[in-house]
Design a protein around this ligand. Sequence first.
Ligand code: HEC
Ligand code: HEC
Ligand code: HEC
Ligand code: HEC
Ligand code: HEC
Length: 461
Amino acid sequence: MVFRFGRVVYCLAIAGFAWLIVAPAGCSGTITPASLEGAYTYQDFNQPDACSACHQNIHQDWSNSLMALSFVHQWDDVEYFQLALPHARKLDEVSGIKSGCIACHGPLAYLAGDIPPAEPSAGTRVNEGVSCEVCHSITGSTGQEPFNFSVTMDVGDTKYGPRDDAFSTFHQSQYSGFTISSRLCATCHDEQNPYGAWVKETYQEWKDSSCSSENILCQDCHMGSAPGISAPGGKQRDDIAVHTFYGPHSENWLKGAASIKLTTDRPEARAGWTITIYADVINDSCGHYFPTGSTEERMLWLELWITDAAGQRYHLPCLAKGFEGEEYTIADSFATAYGDLGEIMEIAGFEGLSRDGDIPDGARIFRRPFFNPQGDMTICQWYTAENSLVNYRLAPGKPVTETYFYRVPDGLSYGTITVEADLYYALVPSSIGDFFGLPESEFKPLLIDHQSLTLSIVDWG
Ligand code: HEC
Ligand code: HEC
Ligand code: HEC
Ligand code: HEC
Ligand code: HEC
């Protein structure tokens, strides 16, 4: 299994995590999907180049996707080699992540028992990432619901895929219902860490959404299909699977993920009045929460800006709702977090980094903070003991309303006031990006939606 913890996993099965109740393994005992660690050698797997000789378009799309980069991508490299691996070597509780991370990020190394693998610069086969052979050799899961790479595999001549009438001279082909189900994705996109915390649960979120009941799968949104052939000599088909795996690293794709509706109780106002502004934010196109996946580090936030009649522009703080842990969802430039980086990297006197990076004070952050065993906020998902205290993200299709009060300055008798709402997303907080020297593309804010409205100041005097 991926994480071998001989200790009893404490129960996280609270309301909303219904499947843990159905799958009692998650509640009562140790979770031990069968281990394929070291079950194969690198030579058992064809290189993606061998497939590109025929499946050229598929190979092209895949190689530009994060699947192909899952080991070499800079932030993954940093997190594994500078944080997780040193941590695994000094803290028993997390020693299993040495191979655990690699099962999903460098599956060939995990399957070949090459743990820890060489760094990306060495150019070994772990760099192939989530390769063609990985997905097309998976036949199912050892558990009722897949997670932590709990797969069964048949590695060899047969490629498992969506067709029951595929014929190739190079390999055998076999239809697999598992390949075309969301459970294939769940094997890596749901993750339970050594402390028993569910640190990724995109599949579970999807199962709880209407997409699941309407049978709209992960593949339907993240892969899609196009007419054509998948290889020379293959059949002409209307729906050849596309392997782009678009996600938050593809700006244009991310842009449509959510939208804002801006309204006010008083489009016309008078000096001295307090106006209420509402921003409804809705996740309109994800079949899971937004953000999902690596929620320990994803940032999604709403800024509300006022430009008054004199042309002055300033940021309005959101109105607090009063739920437990809400302070983690409202940007605060004085708040620090991530102090455990100092412990892991052995930096004496390290006091943490800015929790929210450059986000303006008072902006609402749609996030799910993770806390380490000391109760401090962390971006180390493997070192997370608690992450269900606050879950203030956008559920699919359900609007979240943020409220703002604005007092029209005294003495104004006419003019207009502009209200602007901006929804931004960043892969990691800017403080983390700066600290690790990541390329700016890894943490620059991306505008997801912008809306504005104008208030008229009237003098009924
Ligand atoms: C010599 C050409 C050739 C090479 C090389 C090749 N394939 Fe194929 N593959 C085909 C053809 C032809 C089909 C059938 C296409 C069709 O009927 O639409 C096919 C079908 C498939 C299917 C669909 C199977 C199904 O039943 O749904 C998968 C998956 C697949 N190939 C994976 C791979 C992988 C992975 C590699 C590299 C290890 C690879 N192929 C290398 C020619 C090739
Ligand atoms: C209805 C379309 C839809 C379905 C179904 C869907 N997704 Fe998504 N997914 C999106 C959109 C849009 C985004 C971009 C917003 C975001 O990053 O969360 C996204 C983002 C993601 C991300 C990136 C999260 C991040 O911010 O890092 C992952 C990973 C992901 N989806 C995996 C899955 C998996 C696995 C499934 C099935 C269990 C699935 N998706 C089902 C539309 C969908
Ligand atoms: C993350 C898993 C994953 C990876 C990596 C992956 N595939 Fe696929 N592939 C799929 C899934 C899922 C489908 C079926 C999608 C569907 O029909 O909904 C598929 C379908 C196919 C098909 C059948 C196309 C058709 O529609 O007839 C071929 C051929 C194929 N893949 C080849 C490859 C090759 C070659 C690579 C590497 C360059 C690759 N795949 C990498 C998951 C993957
Ligand atoms: C063998 C493990 C594995 C399987 C199976 C898998 N993924 Fe992933 N996926 C990953 C890893 C690892 C990453 C993160 C890559 C990174 O950030 O370096 C990822 C990232 C993604 C992303 C984010 C892309 C971005 O722009 O950031 C999407 C979307 C995604 N996967 C969709 C899917 C879908 C859909 C399936 C099922 C058809 C699937 N994955 C199956 C391991 C897997
Ligand atoms: C169960 C499979 C799995 C395991 C185990 C796993 N990851 Fe991941 N990891 C993923 C997937 C899938 C994503 C993409 C999720 C998303 O895009 O939100 C991801 C995303 C990431 C990212 C974010 C990359 C980005 O796009 O910003 C980093 C960094 C990372 N993983 C490092 C690690 C480290 C270090 C470990 C071990 C402590 C680990 N992962 C364990 C599957 C896994």
